[in-house]
Every structure is written in structure tokens, then in C-alpha cells.
Design a protein around this ligand. Structure first.
Ligand SMILES: CC1=C(/C=C/C(C)=C/C=C/C(C)=C/C=O)C(C)(C)CCC1
Length: 295
């Protein structure tokens, strides 16, 4: 690899190589697992239901995060960012857009599951399509703002990846952070928490748990919580006082979400798993359906 470029401040040769390798593994695993989820949906007719369209949309968002991670891995191995400052802005926008969309789809799936199991109503295509279109437009708005000066995209401490710059901690940053995190994380955490709480009560009543209702919230908070903590810490304290290595933990954890989500929502979903199996082996199996009313 090219070693003529100086190391970013606070990182040893070994750190840069290890972080680059982490990013590469995350990128490739996410690419493979979400690719499988996407292609199965497109190829297996029985999978193409409105509820599974939400899982498909989650995989589309997650494959975007995986692409972002793979580019970051590549430039980590190069030890410099080869795409210039326009490339940095584009990378920041693309990463933010897909990451925020992924968080929204986790909430959309939770809301849909609440209706499936608790109110026994089935999602309709028109509602699913409107919901997905709304999520992409809404997240495009929040990710475009730093491009026009509300918030700012800049290099991460490793200097091989671009995302929201938390280091300034000025009024512009704080005025963006607060509404952005309420509309793109706060509400979603509330929806996920309350939906799975109701589902958990329902499962206790019926004595037939179809999945572990506490896992989705734990996974969501585990992946995105550290980012939120770091971003809010940067609003009150100087983020440069946190060691660059420690600051890299949040984006690395966030980028594990495209690997975890397919296990929870596609392979871990009795409905979707059968379709993936059918796509991979060609063997047709009955996809279990829940008897529901229409919504
Ligand atoms: C800032 C921030 C958030 C969004 C973080 C995102 C979307 C990060 C994307 C990072 C990427 C793609 C990094 C690439 O290296 C949350 C979680 C909504 C909560 C509050 C603070």
C-alpha cells in the first residue's frame, strides 16, 4: 500500500490498518447480506408483499452504508482521501442519507409489526410506497442541509471518510443537531420502543413469541447510541479533547448496523427467510402468513 502519506494525528500504522480492515469487513459483509436480501425480494414473487417492501427498503439503505464503508476502507489503506473536497461532500451526503433512512426504516418495520401482531391489520401497497417515498425525501432534506451551510460535512479523525463535522460545536452545529436528532432518531427510538413493548405484551398473552421483541431496540441503540452521545458531547464540550481513536468508535459501531439488520429483519424473519432460501436453493417452501385484516 502507499506509505508515503503521513499518518493522521493520533493514529499509528497499526491503528490505520486495523480500522481500514474493520471498515472493509463491515463493507463487504453488509454488501453481501443486504445484496442477498434485495435480490431475493426482486426474484421471488411470494416475497413481494408491502411489509417485506419495508425490509427491502431497509436493505437498500444499508447497502448504501456498506458502500460508504468500503470507500472509507479503500482510502484508509491508501492513507489519504483521493476524491477531493467535492468527493468529501458527496461521501458525507451519501453516508448521512443512507444512515438516516436506515434508522427510519427500523421504525417503519416496528410500526408495521405492531399492526401485524397487535391490531391484526395488514399494510397496503399504497401506504408502504408512500411511507418509503416519504422517508427518502425527508432524509434527503436533512442530509442536504450541511451541503448548503446548516451543519457541515468534513473529514473524520482518520481523514479517510467524511461525515457531519462535530468538532466545531458552534451555534450552527447545535442548531442543526437538536432538530435533526429529534426528527431522525428521537421519534424513531420512541416508535421502536413502544411498538415492541406492545408486541412483547401480546406475545406474553398468546404464549407464542415469534421473535425476541427486545432485540431490535438493543441493536438500534447499540449501533447508533454512541454516535448520538458523541454528537451531544461535542455540543457541550470540545470534541477535540476526546482522543481521535475513541472518536472513531462511533462511526465504526454505526457501520456494523448493515451487518446486524439482515440477521434481525431478513434472515431472522420467518416470512423473509423462506424466500431467501427459495432464491438460493431453488427449493419452494411455504412462506407462513399471519391472518390479518387490511389496513
Ligand atoms: C449525528 C447524529 C446522528 C446521525 C448520525 C449519522 C447519520 C451518522 C452517519 C455516519 C456515517 C455514515 C459515517 C461515515 O463514516 C443520530 C444518530 C441521528 C443521532 C444524533 C447525532
Amino acid at each position: 500500500m502507499v506509505s508515503s502519506y503521513p499518518l493522521p494525528e493520533g493514529f499509528s500504522d497499526f491503528d490505520v490498518f486495523s480500522l481500514g480492515s474493520c471498515l472493509l469487513v463491515e463493507g463487504l459483509l453488509g454488501f453481501f447480506l443486504n445484496g442477498l436480501t434485495i435480490v431475493s425480494f426482486l426474484k421471488v414473487r411470494e416475497l413481494r408483499t408491502p411489509s417485506n417492501f419495508l425490509v427491502f427498503s431497509l436493505a437498500m439503505a444499508d447497502i448504501g452504508i456498506s458502500m460508504n464503508a468500503t470507500i472509507a476502507a479503500f482510502s484508509s489503506f491508501l492513507r489519504y482521501w483521493p476524491y477531493g473536497s467535492d468527493g468529501c461532500q458527496t461521501h458525507g451526503f451519501q453516508g448521512f442519507l443512507t444512515a438516516l433512512a436506515s434508522i427510519h426504516f427500523l421504525a417503519a418495520i416496528a410500526w408495521d409489526r405492531y399492526h401485524q401482531y397487535c391490531t391484526r391489520t395488514k399494510l397496503q401497497w399504497s401506504s408502504a410506497i408512500c411511507l418509503v417515498a416519504f422517508v427518502w425525501l425527508f432524509t434527503a432534506f436533512w442530509s442536504a442541509m450541511p451541503l448548503i451551510g446548516w451543519g457541515e460535512y468534513d473529514y473524520e479523525p482518520l481523514r479517510t471518510c467524511c461525515t457531519l463535522d462535530i468538532t466545531k460545536g458552534d451555534r450552527n452545529y447545535v442548531s442543526y443537531l437538536i432538530p435533526m436528532s429529534i426528527f431522525n432518531m428521537g421519534i424513531q427510538v420512541f416508535v421502536v420502543m413502544s411498538s415492541y413493548q406492545s408486541i412483547s405484551q401480546k406475545f406474553k398473552k398468546t404464549g407464542n413469541p415469534r421473535f425476541n421483541p427486545s432485540t431490535p431496540l438493543k441493536a438500534m441503540l447499540g449501533c447508533w447510541g454512541p454516535y448520538g452521545i458523541l454528537a451531544y458531547y461535542a455540543a457541550v464540550e470540545n470534541a477535540n479533547l476526546v482522543s481521535p481513536k475513541l472518536r472513531m468508535i462511533a462511526p465504526i459501531l454505526a457501520k456494523t448496523s448493515p451487518t446486524i439488520n439482515p440477521f434481525l429483519y431478513a434472515l431472522g424473519n420467518e416470512n423473509y427467510r423462506g424466500g431467501i432460501w427459495q432464491f438460493v436453493t431453488g427449493e419452494k417452501i411455504d412462506v407462513p402468513q399471519i391472518e390479518n385484516k387490511s389496513k
